[in-house]
Write a protein that binds this ligand. Structure first.
Ligand SMILES: O=c1[nH]cnc2c1ncn2[C@H]1C[C@H](O)[C@@H](CO)O1
Ligand SMILES: [Zn+2]
Length: 363
């Protein structure tokens, strides 16, 4: 067990975030203002404190499907370019204030078509917000790089169109593609042609898999679809058994994931809320980290989980005794697994992450 880490220092320590939903991270006060401005009248309350609590409580259902219902309200107020740009800017500002230096933030453009925006307008509004957040960080002498991932909803049939959009905007701030939404009943291979197209385009993608459904979903995501990373992937633990003498034994899929260094975008608090895991204390991240899987730590939905990267790191520190060396390992893992090019990744690792952790490690 390492010594207690100072919460304020965890906030200042550089962090890299690969799995964060734009529509899962709005400030409650912003939801209320946007609802007012855009005439959205279905919010459960217009008190910011109560609204934040409502999201956290409603998302605490133990079911992914019920967890996802809370997004009706965030998506409901993100139906104009101004609203999307504001949410993207504030996302970057909140991440910067939490010590995040690199983030890939995702959302599903197809869910923002309720008021006649076009798909390109939706993507461009998010990218403008991200760019403004980077400029804001630079003006304050802080480092922030923020890129977008475009998500297609797995129950729908828009994945080819969204994949083409991700390729179209690949030089303007979109670095990859994803599928999300209810997992059971909607296997990754439903979207195989979109993934094949992306591979022909040398484009990157991650797939939400192994969260609400187990090993078959992970297997399809990797061996049929060719995912670069796994969104969650936490149920790879189902392919690891522990012998009577305590020795862990990896099945073929778990071994493949570990040996091919497939990045796992683990989201501890979210997993507890959706019932994928019973508690942080028994979260498979403890074992997966010991077995040297390419583990990364993520927020998933900061609003629904009432969390931040610093909070996730602190929870892991409390549960598993992670110290600065562990937090650096997790951060470098995330940076190595990012979808920006190799030179950019190395630059952030060598010039931003390692020097700061070198200072923290001497404390
Ligand atoms: O953890 C998740 N699993 C599956 N789908 C999710 C998760 N978090 C958010 N989503 C969905 C709801 C959002 O509206 C959508 C796009 O960000 O992605
Ligand atoms: Zn997610």
């Amino acid at each position: 067990m390492s010594d207690a880490l100072d919460a304020a220092q965890i906030v200042r320590a550089p962090k890299a975030l690969l799995h964060d939903h734009l529509d899962g991270g709005l400030r409650p006060s912003t939801i209320i203002e946007l609802a007012d401005q855009t005439g959205y009248d279905a919010l459960p309350t217009t008190d910011a404190g109560q609204l934040g609590e409502w999201f956290a409580e409603s998302a605490n259902s133990g079911s992914l499907v019920r967890y996802l219902e809370t997004f009706d309200h965030t998506v409901g107020v993100m139906q104009t370019p101004e609203a999307i740009e504001r949410v993207a800017f504030e996302c970057g500002e909140d991440l910067m204030n939490d010590g995040v230096v690199y983030a890939e933030v995702r959302f599903a453009p197809e869910q923002h078509l309720q008021r006649e925006m076009t798909l390109p307008e939706i993507v461009e509004a998010s990218l403008t917000g991200f760019r403004r957040a980077e400029e804001n960080a630079a003006a304050q002498g802080k480092f922030l790089r923020i890129r977008g991932l475009l998500t297609a909803m797995r129950h729908a049939a828009n994945s080819q169109e969204i994949a083409a959009l991700a390729v179209r905007y690949r030089d303007q701030g979109v670095v990859g593609f994803d599928i999300a939404g209810a997992e059971a009943g909607f296997p990754p291979t439903r979207h195989l042609s979109a993934f094949e197209y992306l591979r022909r385009e040398n484009a990157h993608f991650t797939i939400h898999a192994g969260e609400a459904f187990g090993l078959p979903s992970i297997w399809e995501a990797l061996q049929w679809c060719g995912a670069d990373r796994l969104g969650h992937g936490v149920r790879i633990i189902d392919d690891i058994t522990i012998d009577a003498d305590g020795t862990p034994r990896l099945g073929r899929l778990a071994e493949y994931v570990r040996d091919r260094r497939v990045p796992l975008e683990l989201c501890p608090s979210s997993n507890v809320q959706t019932g994928a895991v019973d508690s942080i204390a028994v979260h498979p991240i403890g074992l997966l980290r010991k077995l040297k899987f390419r583990v990364t730590v993520n927020t998933d939905n900061r609003l629904m989980s009432g969390t931040s990267m610093s909070n996730e790191m602190r929870l892991l520190h409390d549960a598993f005794g992670y110290g600065w060396a562990d937090l650096q390992w997790l951060t470098v893992n995330a940076m190595k697994s990012a979808f920006i090019n190799f030179d950019e990744r190395l630059e952030i690792i060598d010039q931003v992450i390692k020097p700061r952790y070198a200072e923290l490690l001497t404390i």
